[in-house]
Design a protein around this ligand. Structure first.
Ligand SMILES: *[C@@H]1O[C@H](CO)[C@@H](O)[C@H](O)[C@H]1NC(C)=O
Length: 242
C-alpha cells in the first residue's frame, strides 16, 4: 500500500516535473490515505476459543456488537484451545468437544486466513447461528461460506479446509496445531479468553471473570479505542475518536 502510494507520488512528481515537493505535503498522498495522518496501526485482538464451546459462542456474540464499531481498527484473530496429541489420527490435537470441534476450528482458521475480515466474521456468526451441534460439519462450513460470500475455491479457504468442507486438509490441520501451540504460549487456558493488544482483559467461563475494565460491548469498544489511539500516537485531547 505505502509502496504503491510512494510510486504514485514519484510517477506524478516525474510527470509534472515537481520533484521538489516534499512527499509529506503531496495532496495526492493525503487524499489516497483517506486523510489519515497517522499510521493506522490496528489493535491486535485475540479471542481464545473452542469452536463448539458455549462460552466461545457467547463471547463471539458480544464481539459481534464490538466489531460493528471497530472492525477497521482491529486485527482480530482466534486462538484455539486444545491438547497436542500425536496419537490423534486426523488432527494431531485432542479437542475438548470432540473431533468435530477440531474440524470447526480448522474451518474457522482457514476462513480467517483467506477470507477478508468481514467475510470471516460473517462465516463465524453463521456457523454459531446453526447451533453448536452443527459446528464442524462439512455441510455447515459450505453453507456458511456461501452465506458469507466466500469464493470457496478462488479464495483459498476451500483448499485450506479441504474442498469437501471436512476441515481435514493438511494446511488447515497445520494451522490448528500452530494455533493450539500459540494458545499455550500465550497462557490461554479458558474458552473464552479476550486479549487486547497482548493483554488478557476478560474471561467468560460459565460466568464473566477477571474483567477489570468491564465485559459489555461498550467496555470492549472503549478499551480497543484507547489502545488504537495509544498505538497511533493520537492525543485524545486534540482529536475525538468515538
Ligand atoms: C490422545 O488421543 C488418543 C486417541 O484419540 C486418546 O485416546 C487419548 O485420550 C488422547 N490423550 C489425551 C491426553 O487427550
Amino acid at each position: 500500500m505505502t509502496n504503491l502510494l510512494l510510486s504514485l507520488v514519484a510517477v506524478s512528481a516525474f510527470a509534472f516535473g515537481s520533484l521538489a515537493i516534499p512527499k509529506s505535503h503531496s495532496p495526492l498522498l493525503v487524499q489516497t490515505e483517506h486523510e489519515l495522518d497517522y499510521a493506522d496501526t490496528k489493535v491486535p485482538v485475540i479471542l481464545g476459543v473452542m469452536s463448539r464451546c458455549p462460552d466461545a459462542l457467547l463471547c463471539e456474540s458480544v464481539f459481534d456488537h464490538v466489531l460493528k464499531k471497530v472492525i477497521d481498527r482491529v486485527d482480530l484473530s482466534l486462538s484455539f484451545i486444545g491438547a497436542i496429541n500425536a496419537t490423534e489420527p486426523t488432527f494431531g490435537v485432542t479437542c475438548k468437544h470432540g473431533p468435530l470441534e477440531c474440524a470447526g476450528n480448522v474451518q474457522e482458521l482457514c476462513a480467517l486466513k483467506y477470507a477478508d475480515a468481514t467475510q470471516f466474521w460473517e462465516f463465524l456468526q453463521c456457523q454459531n447461528y446453526q447451533g453448536r451441534d452443527k459446528i464442524g460439519l462439512a455441510e455447515t462450513a459450505l453453507q456458511c461460506a456461501n452465506t458469507a460470500k466466500i469464493d470457496w475455491e478462488a479464495s483459498g479457504v476451500g483448499a485450506c479446509t479441504g474442498l469437501d468442507g471436512s476441515g481435514t486438509a493438511s494446511e488447515g490441520v497445520q494451522l490448528l496445531q500452530e494455533s493450539v501451540r500459540a494458545s499455550q504460549e500465550l497462557g490461554i487456558k479458558n474458552s473464552c479468553t479476550v486479549l487486547i493488544n497482548g493483554k488478557q482483559v476478560c474471561i467468560h467461563d460459565g460466568t464473566w471473570k477477571q474483567c477489570e475494565n468491564g465485559h459489555t460491548p461498550h467496555d470492549f469498544i472503549k478499551q480497543i479505542n484507547e489502545e488504537y489511539n495509544r498505538l497511533n500516537g493520537i492525543n485524545t485531547d486534540d482529536r475525538v475518536i468515538v
